[in-house]
Design a protein around this ligand. Structure first.
Ligand SMILES: NC(=O)c1ccc[n+]([C@@H]2O[C@H](COP(=O)([O-])OP(=O)(O)OC[C@H]3O[C@@H](n4cnc5c(N)ncnc54)[C@H](OP(=O)(O)O)[C@@H]3O)[C@@H](O)[C@H]2O)c1
Length: 281
């Protein structure tokens, strides 16, 4: 029996579990497709209902895997996809959304993000997002890889205050956002989606983390995810193509780190003391 996954509330009032699932590199190898679909379905069964994908991932192949995973259970899932900045003009965004809907085999995307900032004016992309929302093609919209100055600019354009989420690189090893971007988002009710929460698995061999995990009879991945759970308004989206690891990641939500554990983690992975430029992967 698991503790329920805690939720955070988006600005539109929707409650979202703080542990979801990533899909980057899914769909790249046909031989892995069945396991990837099973892994996402295992996550849905366990309440990891937010699934993150993007038109960029495998040129729609990852969206197609998500489509297979949610077939017959669309209502259980909260699908996040992203438009490439090179497509993010007023008309280009609408066309990209239609393509993503086709790849996914669904009639709406719950949360649609601008993947990173590009050449089109933010006002144009936001106008496209708002029109898609009105048409029922998306539920809410957000951004990705936006630092504080980008967020300030975004809020100044018409409709910009409707931004629901900012998806950024955030894990124990890359805590730069804790200095400014994270509190900025928390104050304004903008959800922070932590991508690469395991640092693409690079974090998992860190000897300090391994040591802390052993003391907790947990795995390093579980401690990394349990740490992110302690940050209000943060949704982490680990990717795995293995149903067994999905279960392991889900069990991280049953871990309650103590103040002593958090001090040990701060010692091993010091929080930022000054502004750092937003990192991307
Ligand atoms: N917005 C952006 O610019 C952006 C950038 C990067 C990522 N993302 C999103 O964020 C998601 C997560 O980031 P990510 O995929 O880069 O990195 P990640 O989730 O930190 O790490 C994924 C890696 O960790 C492994 N893994 C997962 N669970 C594990 C466990 N319990 N124990 C050991 N290894 C485990 C996976 O291997 P297996 O699959 O073999 O299990 C995979 O190699 C992406 O999939 C994507 O949806 C967004």
């Amino acid at each position: 029996m698991h503790d329920p996954i805690p939720t955070t509330t988006l600005i539109d009032g929707r409650a979202v579990p703080v542990l979801g699932q990533g899909t980057w590199r899914m769909g790249d190898e046909r031989a892995r497709t069945a396991d990837e679909v099973k892994s996402l379905q295992a996550g849905l069964d366990l309440g990891m209902t937010l699934i993150d994908t993007a038109e960029m991932y495998g040129n729609g192949a990852s969206e197609a895997i998500v489509g297979q995973a949610v077939k017959g259970r669309r209502d259980e899932a909260l699908i996040v996809s992203k438009v490439l900045p090179s497509n993010a003009s007023r008309d280009g965004t609408a066309a990209a959304c239609e393509r993503s809907l086709r790849h996914l085999g669904v009639d709406h995307i719950d949360l649609y993000l601008l993947h990173w900032r590009g050449g089109y004016p933010l006002a144009e992309t936001v106008a496209a997002f708002e029109a898609l929302k009105k048409a029922g093609k998306i539920g809410a919209w957000g951004v990705s890889n936006f630092d504080v100055d980008d967020m300030e600019e975004l809020l100044a354009v018409p409709g910009g205050k409707n931004v629901a989420a900012n998806q950024v690189l955030y894990n124990l090893q890359r805590r730069g956002i804790e200095f400014d971007l994270l509190p900025w988002c928390q104050k304004r009710g903008v959800a922070v989606m932590a991508y690469a929460p395991l640092d693409g698995s690079g974090l998992l061999r860190n000897p300090d983390l391994v040591h802390i995990a052993k003391a907790h009879q947990a795995t390093p991945a579980q401690i990394a995810l349990a740490f992110l759970k302690t940050r209000p308004g943060v949704i982490s989206i680990p990717k795995t193509g293995s149903a067994q690891r999905t279960r392991e990641n889900r069990e991280a939500m049953d871990i309650h780190l103590t103040a002593e554990n958090l001090t040990a983690l701060d010692h091993a992975f010091p929080p930022p003391r000054r502004k750092r430029s937003l990192e991307m992967s």
